[in-house]
Design a binder for this molecule. Structure first.
Ligand code: ADP
Ligand code: ZN
Ligand code: ZN
Length: 724
């Protein structure tokens, strides 16, 4: 009987073989349903007829789901490269690249998207016909305007109404299969480019059809988006698709709107806030070639494109491009791999390049395109340090800060205040005995959220009602320590009672559509004071913001993470870039107790580019990435002993196996205990990437063979962004 090798989404690091009654029509890259232990799993056919000798009889495949590969050869190459590179099980990598419905085995053939439209009778109906059914009326009005997909109707909660209209023969379904898009001339004329932009567009366009990596380093407001748009145009004209990766969901609607203004081709977004149906549709529109432009967050990288001709990574320095759990891939790095497999150009755009990309540009691996000036006549705003030492502060704001805010408000302009901590206060403290609200499961405090009257641990999400009494002495004098965005919002409303305030953080943007709504409120000028976390720093374009206040930079100045200074410099530059993007000149105030700190001085006086050069030099001297290749093995267990014991043996093994690889650990990260588990890690550094990979390849089977392994959970992180 024919045998196939299947990649299954299980934490085990090998393939599984099954037999098949009939191998007709079976192909590599298709989904199959197979028995696995007592369960049934869906896996991907990875090899036909492996030449192994079998001692026992193989189990049979239960169902062949696809008659054509669900993964093209190009995607299979990308994903198997990723599995090797990140030392993550292939089956899990493959399955995580599929939309949920396909993971669950949904057949593709009956998932052709249906569209509802009105029949002749439906078109002749009038609103009076639906006076007893508001839902039917709503749907009828929608359809009178334009046909709707099943997904749209389901999302609007109108499926029942659709069935009723169908029964009355007022509505009919048309099934729609997607086709490669056809190019239409641009809607809006391109802007005349300045010389730096023109150089960039020419370079990218000349690379069409070739693998070429570009770092587009442009100060905020320098017109990077215009460069993207003009580099995209010839790609679309040649019938090829474009993928634009953006770091946050918040940026997708805004970026989409700008693209839609320019191009008259089908576009789609991809982000974590979509329903399963929407994701499946997007997946199909990519695969069929219907979606000419896809704008999405990191996992959009795994969409199956029909003909992808250009990849753009906007804000390439952003750490949200790295997945921090499970399959810990970096979307930027895998995107480069994908571009090489496809033989097409890739553009990494940012005002503040990651030191990795900056290094690659200096090494001439990337072509360095620079836009050193703003595209409009606006100056990059001045940054001013406000020394907090020995100052009288009002709600944590210096008098000078408050005066500047007031002046700006009086001129009718907007002010943005930036504080990278959500909630009301990072903890409550007992005024009598000093007891703090710590999380029972983590080595961390629980954040006080005043509006919801809750204590929340931001590490394990444990939630408690705010206690009335101290857990130690029973005193009722519990007071907030430190400040979060909720508190800042409250304090600003006492300082400026007449001024409308909008807060923007993860707490009030979780609900679908909430972020878009808040952004619209800000853009519409309905609120003059804007308070937020680092969400505010990312790419948004608010023309009427003329003052940005960074309330507290001190926390980030002294950190154990070697990337902290890079991230702070990026953040300050990005935040500053939010000011003065319209007709008004901008100003940035940084409040600090350490105005003489070399990092602050460097960024303020010399700008990010100069900072990056000196930071790279420092990384070279201290032998850190990108001059060394790094990986971390994380382990955690409820038992405080077992992780150091396990990692100690791995350390010994590594020392013998690969003396060239430097080791650090076993050590505990700053958050020593999380969700009841003790956390430990072993860090690896190698000058040559191959040494590191060979070691990890040999180490993992050894790690799995040790008895401690069963009493802990572990993960490997290659090229870690976050050491914690
Ligand atoms: P970035 O993405 O680099 O922050 P944007 O693309 O948002 O910059 O451009 C900033 C502003 O400059 C926008 O209002 C844009 O319309 C304008 N702009 C960009 N390029 C040009 C140009 N060549 N001529 C005039 N205005 C431009
Ligand atoms: Zn916790
Ligand atoms: Zn107490």
């Amino acid at each position: 009987m024919p045998v196939i090798r299947v990649a299954l989404p299980v934490p085990l690091r090998y393939h599984f073989d099954y037999q098949l009654d009939n191998s007709e029509g079976i192909c590599i890259g298709a989904r199959v349903r197979v028995p696995f232990g007592k369960r049934e799993l869906i896996g991907i056919v990875w090899q036909l007829e492996p030449k192994d000798q079998y001692t026992a009889e193989l189990k049979s495949v239960l169902e062949v789901i696809d008659r054509e590969p669900i993964f093209s050869e190009e995607l299979r190459d990308l994903l198997s490269f990723a599995a090797d590179y990140y030392h993550h099980p292939l089956g899990d990598v493959l399955v995580s690249a599929l939309p949920t419905l396909l993971r669950e085995g949904r057949s593709l053939s009956d998932e052709k998207q249906r569209r509802a439209e009105l029949t002749q009778a439906g078109l002749q109906a009038t609103a009076v016909d639906f006076k007893r059914s508001p839902k039917q009326l709503e749907l009828w009005q929608l359809l009178a305007n334009i046909s709707q997909t099943q997904t749209q109707i389901a999302t609007a909660g109108l499926m029942n109404a659709a069935r009723q209209l169908e029964q009355k023969q007022l509505l009919t379904w048309k099934s729609e299969s997607y086709q490669p898009f056809s190019y239409q001339p641009e809607r809006q004329r391109a802007l005349p480019l300045n010389p730096a932009q023109a150089l960039a567009v020419t370079a990218i366009t000349q690379a069409q059809g070739q693998f070429q990596r570009f770092l587009l380093e442009g100060v905020t407001g320098s017109g990077k988006t215009e460069v993207y748009l003009q580099a995209i145009a010839p790609v679309l004209a040649s019938g090829q698709q474009v993928l634009v990766l953006v770091p946050e969901i918040g940026l997708t609607p805004q970026t989409l709107a700008r693209f839609e203004k320019r191009f008259d081709v089908p576009m789609q977004v991809w982000h974590s806030n979509m329903t399963d149906h929407e994701r499946l549709t997007a997946w199909q529109r990519s695969k069929s070639g219907d979606a000419a432009i896809t704008i999405g967050t990191r996992s959009a990288l795994f969409l199956p494109f029909y003909r992808l001709g250009l990849l753009i990574i906007d804000e390439e320095h952003d750490s949200s491009l790295k997945q921090q759990e499970g399959f810990r891939y970096h979307a930027r790095d895998l995107a480069i791999k994908r571009a090489s497999l496809l033989n097409c150009p890739i553009v990494l755009g940012t005002a503040t390049p990651s030191l990795e990309s900056f290094h690659n540009a200096l090494q001439q691996k990337f072509i360095h395109l620079q836009l050193p000036e703003r595209a409009t006549s606006q100056q990059v705003p001045a940054i001013e340090l406000i020394d907090l030492k020995q100052q009288v502060l009002q709600h944590g704001l210096a008098t000078r800060t408050i005066d500047s805010i007031r002046k700006c408000l009086n001129r009718g302009q907007q002010v943005m205040l930036f504080l990278n901590r959500r909630g009301f206060a990072p903890a409550l403290i007992c005024h009598e005995c000093g007891w703090l609200t710590d999380c029972p499961h983590c080595s961390a405090f629980m954040t006080f959220h005043k509006q919801s009257r809750m204590l929340v641990c931001h590490h394990c999400t444990t939630t408690r009602i705010v206690p009335h009494q101290c857990g130690h002495c029973g005193s009722t004098q519990l007071v907030p320590v430190g400040k979060g965005t909720e508190q800042l919002e409250e304090q600003l409303s006492t300082l400026f009672p007449q001024v409308p305030i909008t807060r923007l953080d993860r707490d009030n943007t979780r609900r679908k559509g909430a972020l878009e709504q808040l952004l619209a409120t800000i853009a519409g000028g309905d609120s003059q004071l804007i308070v937020g976390t680092q969400m505010l720093a990312k790419g948004h374009h608010f023309p009427n913001v003329s003052l940005v206040v960074v309330v507290d930079v001190d926390g980030a100045l002294y950190s154990s993470d070697f990337r902290a200074s890079e991230h702070l410099a990026q953040l300050l530059t990005q935040v500053a870039g939010r000011a003065g993007r319209g007709d008004v000149a901008g100003k940035v105030l940084l409040q600090t107790h350490y105005p003489g700190h070399p990092l602050l001085q460097d960024v303020i006086q010399n700008g990010y580019h100069a900072f990056a050069r000196s930071a790279l030099l420092e990384r070279q001297q201290t032998q850190l990435p990108p001059f060394m290749h790094m990986a971390i093995l994380h382990a955690q267990s409820e038992d405080p002993q077992v992780c150091p014991l396990w990692l100690g043996q791995l350390q010994q093994f590594s020392r013998d196996y690969a003396p060239k690889v430097q080791l650090l650990g076993p050590i505990q990260p700053p958050l020593e205990r999380k969700a009841g588990k003790y956390r430990w890690q072993l860090q690896f550094f190698a000058a040559d990437r191959r040494d590191l990979h060979q070691l990890l390849q040999a180490l993992l089977p050894f790690a799995l063979s040790l008895p401690e392994q069963r009493r802990l959970k572990w993960q490997i992180d290659v090229d870690p962004q976050d050491l914690n």
